[in-house]
Write a protein that binds this ligand. Sequence first.
Ligand code: ATP
Length: 226
Amino acid sequence: MDKEILQPIVYYGGTFDPIHIGHLNICKSIAYYFNFQTINILPNHIPPHRQQPVANVHQRIAMIELAIKNEPLFTLDTRELLRDTYSYTIDTLIEMRHEFGSKRPILFIIGEDSLYSLNKWHQWENLLNYCHLIVCKRNHEIQPIPDSNLNLWIESHLEPNKEHLLELANGKIFLAPTPYFDVSATLIRNLLKSGKSCDRLLPSPVYDYIKSNGIYKHRVVHQANK
Ligand code: ATP
């Protein structure tokens, strides 16, 4: 008898300060490649002692809502942002595992730069106990350090076959053959701060919202970000 394949739950976490076309295009490429119907955008809650996003929580939510309004692929999960306390990705994944049961694949999308700095994440070695990581290509200077703990860990969890990946609930890293989208939120914030256009880098409703709220004109640090 064929193995039953449960529909995976797909999350895409990030700061989204602001959400940009790189984020959306990455998700669309992955959805096309795997034939996913839904990707949940999971904006994160930055703890007060870390460098805060420029946009506040409500602005980040509003920009994501505008970006995905006419995009049926996406839904927004505000569970981390609307919590009173900061929670680590591992805590959210544990919560999701309780919610979706032990058998359903949970996929968490990250960029290559995030993969190669994963050892800065809280309990990074336990992340794969709850999800698979789907890694998108990114033009970035961060490269794996040969023979480092992180690199050995990555290599030992790589799964090259997407069908095999979806037979398991968690535990693997998949390097997705996504195109390069050479855009970052940092680039956008810098362009906006120096008064330059970001026309092609942002969905137009997001760009209009940023302009009408004057969000990235100056570098503002929100202490509590609430
Ligand atoms: P910043 O420049 O402020 O660091 P960012 O553009 O990297 O922001 P994040 O919200 O931090 O955006 O990104 C969320 C996730 O998406 C991260 O794992 C990041 O690696 C990935 N990502 C962001 N932009 C791209 C892109 N253009 N191509 C591939 N992955 C991306």
